[in-house]
Design a protein around this ligand. Structure first.
Ligand SMILES: C[S@@+](CC[C@H](N)C(=O)[O-])C[C@H]1O[C@@H](n2cnc3c(N)ncnc32)[C@H](O)[C@@H]1O
Length: 283
């Protein structure tokens, strides 16, 4: 049984730049595509940070501090967002976001010092005249399946999800019985996946062990666990899920996150999916 604390993902490498560039390109293309529609546009950053990111495994020849998602969203100016909501659980980071808000007095910026899951699950908004983009950028395993279900049901928010592949892989030891996983981690896995499907990642080893007991194995790669999550998203979002996704890797080429995209409103599948797909192919 593993009693150490839940694995955390690395924060701030080349892959950070990659995800933020993909997001920014999408925000720009999305707002442009909806420019002539009557909808008001909202951006929700559920794990907003401070507006700046400190890259810790950066190339020597580039800047260490880069613009974070909140600053990038405020900076979309071709067709600016009508409302921006930044959710952040750390008070100190909210104070930095507050500075950002003061620097942009003409903008409607709401800062929520709150848990992202709680905020999104309780989100009250009449979406009739609104469309938006939601960015789910956790450190690791913070996004819960019930939150994804709530978002899917709104039919309003195009959502970019960072699925924490490496943190989850470390919670699923390859050579154990699924029942050996600590109760705490098993509960967390079930909260992320929405059910106990993650147990199916373990298959009976046909050879058993030396004593003829049943042994279980998990494929050491990450494709299996990404597949389980994507299948869940597919069942929930249907054609609104973009099959293509981007594997974000660290400097040692190990997968850290899978960056996935789902469309909010079924009527927006075109243009949203082709735009997101094009950006993933080009970058
Ligand atoms: C990967 S960072 C986000 C970086 C940000 N998107 C950017 O580009 O600058 C994750 C942020 O989520 C915050 N966070 C972690 N768990 C949270 C939760 N349950 N609810 C809200 N914020 C959370 C952390 O304090 C951290 O600032």
């Amino acid at each position: 049984m593993n009693q150490v604390s839940e694995p955390r993902a690395t924060y701030g490498g080349k892959w950070t730049r990659e995800k933020l560039e993909i997001l920014e390109k999408y925000l720009d293309a999305y707002t442009t595509a909806l420019k002539k529609t009557p909808f008001k546009l909202m951006y929700i950053d559920a794990f907003a940070g401070t507006g700046h990111v400190d890259l810790d495994d950066n190339d020597e020849d580039t800047e260490n501090f880069i613009r974070g998602s909140a600053i990038r969203a405020i900076g979309i100016d071709h067709r600016p967002f009508d409302k921006l909501i930044f959710v952040e659980e750390k008070e100190g980071r909210c104070s930095e976001l507050e500075h950002l808000r003061k620097e942009h007095p003409g903008r409607d910026i709401q800062i929520e010092n709150s848990d992202a899951n709680e905020f999104l699950r309780n989100l009250q908004q009449n979406w009739e005249r609104w469309r938006g983009v939601l960015f789910l950028d956790p450190f690791a395993t913070e996004v819960e399946w019930t939150t994804i279900e709530k978002i899917a049901g709104l039919n309003a928010l195009d959502t970019w999800i960072l699925f924490p592949v490496s943190a989850i892989a470390r919670m699923l030891p390859t050579s154990r019985q699924p029942d050996d996983i600590s109760v705490k981690w098993a509960k967390r896995l079930t909260r992320i996946f929405g059910d106990e499907n993650w147990r199916n990642l373990y298959q009976e080893d046909p050879q058993g062990n030396l004593f003829g007991d049943i042994e279980y194995q998990r494929d050491p790669g990450v494709n299996g666990l990404i597949g389980v999550y994507k299948n869940k998203l597919k069942a929930l979002f249907g054609r609104r899920l973009l099959e293509k996704s981007r594997t974000l890797k660290n400097s040692r080429n190990s997968p850290l996150f899978e960056f996935m995209f789902c469309v909010g409103n079924p009527k927006d599948i075109k243009p949203a999916k082709p735009i997101a797909e094009y950006i993933l192919e080009q970058m």
